[in-house]
Design a protein around this ligand. Structure first.
Ligand code: NAD
Ligand code: IPM
Ligand code: MN
Length: 355
């Protein structure tokens, strides 16, 4: 029996509500399969922990997590704690410490999911973002000079290393080649005259090894316009950390909303654990009311199953999500229903048993 050790960081706000459903679904999949099981260990880290201890995680938190096969994360952030502390000292430190340099975010409109775009068919919105996840605009490099003085200056550096750019771009080419898809790079070299000129140059250089992959290169402003006006242009997309963050919330908006958007933070070499999470935040506006949509978390559970090699189960979970969306009987309020988070989780379990 294969045992997969999963560290669970439910976190803040709606994090614990959606993670509970994700864990339930993964356990059910393992039970039905019979050939593997999950061993979940829950960590109480997050903003409540911070308020009690002054830290977002244990001092040896990264060391503790390194013993697991994967991390399953809910959401982090609470109105009482500055976001740059809560996110840097938990989510971002995990992505960086475990060299999870690929952030794989599907933007796929499932049948039955609402789309605000006019005249768009479900198959027109079917892309996967490969977001750089450890450096770029999120390098955390900069300085704050003359604080609170009239001549105050802040500097936030973007850090684009050759290794960092090459590996994420190569991963995206490999993915496009394997899936026989086009590859689009999104950058901004007309204004960012060092970082993005370099990015574009590396996109071309690496592309020499993939003559069979058809490529496009867009400036980020035009790309955001095309995602709305003509989303079928995009198949595999590779972009920087910040652009990927912004464009995948835009992607969520055209593919059913934040309640359906998932992301995998991958360390492809498997030297360190990878991390799976819904891409939404802690949603303080609806926390504690049973209104959170758990389907994004279920989708990230599907990504985890794929990562462990159980791709048939991964696909089955997406099919179950699609069925729940098409039935329109058991949906949370963000999708026009009146069901609770738990009822949607239970409905997914029912669908898996029927599948
Ligand atoms: P958010 O994603 O939490 O919420 C944006 C909007 O989407 C809200 O109206 C919310 O109710 C809705 N929403 C989000 N997830 C939903 C779900 N599963 N079901 C139904 N509706 C959902 O973004 P925000 O409000 O900008 O951020 C809130 C906090 O979360 C901040 O502290 C922020 O830093 C943090 N954050 C954390 C993560 C993460 O942990 N991965 C991601 C984004 C934001
Ligand atoms: C995401 C989130 C994070 C990011 C924040 C919370 C630091 O928005 O995963 O999309 O910007 O990467
Ligand atoms: Mn984001």
């Amino acid at each position: 029996m294969n045992v997969h050790k999963i560290a669970v960081i439910a976190g803040d706000g709606i994090g614990p509500e959606v993670i509970e459903e994700g864990v339930k679904v993964l356990n059910e999949v393992a039970r039905l399969d019979g050939g593997f099981r999950f061993e979940f260990t829950h960590f109480p880290w997050g903003c409540e922990y911070y308020k009690e201890t002054g830290r977002m995680m244990a001092p040896d938190g990264i060391e503790q997590l390194s013993k697991f096969d994967a991390v399953f994360l809910g959401a982090v952030g609470s109105p009482g704690v500055p976001d740059h502390i809560s996110l840097w000292d938990l989510l971002l430190v995990i992505r960086k410490s475990f060299d999870q340099y690929i952030n794989l975010r599907p933007v796929k409109l499932l049948s039955g999911a609402p789309c605000p775009l006019k005249d768009v068919k479900a198959e027109d919105v079917d892309m996967v973002f490969v977001r750089e996840n450890t450096e770029g605009e999120y390098a955390g490099s900069g300085s704050w000079l003359f604080r609170d003085k009239p001549n105050e200056v802040v500097i936030q550096d973007g850090v684009f290393s050759r290794k960092g750019c090459e590996r994420v771009i190569r991963y995206a080419y490999e993915l496009a080649k394997a899936q026989n898809k086009t590859l689009t790079s999104i950058s901004k070299a007309n204004a960012l005259n060092y970082s993005m000129v370099f990015w574009d140059q590396i996109f071309e250089e690496v592309g020499k090894d993939y003559p069979e992959v058809k490529t496009y290169s867009y400036l980020v402003d035009a790309a955001s316009m095309f995602m709305i006006k003509d989303p079928k242009r995009f198949e595999v997309v590779v972009t920087s950390n910040l652009f990927g963050d912004i464009l995948t919330d835009l992607g969520a908006a055209i593919a059913g909303g934040m309640g359906l958007a998932a992301g995998a933070n991958l360390n492809p070499e498997r030297t360190f654990p990878s991390m799976f999470e819904p891409i939404h935040g802690s949603a303080p506006d609806i926390a504690g009311q049973g209104k959170a949509n758990p389907l994004a978390t279920v989708w990230s559970a599907s990504q985890m199953l794929d990562f462990f090699g159980y791709t048939t189960w991964g696909k089955k979970l997406i099919d179950c999500i699609e069925e729940v969306l098409c039935d329109k009987r058991v949906l949370t309020p963000d999708l026009g229903g009146s069901a609770t988070t738990k009822e949607v989780g239970d409905e997914i379990i029912r669908k898996i048993r029927e599948s």
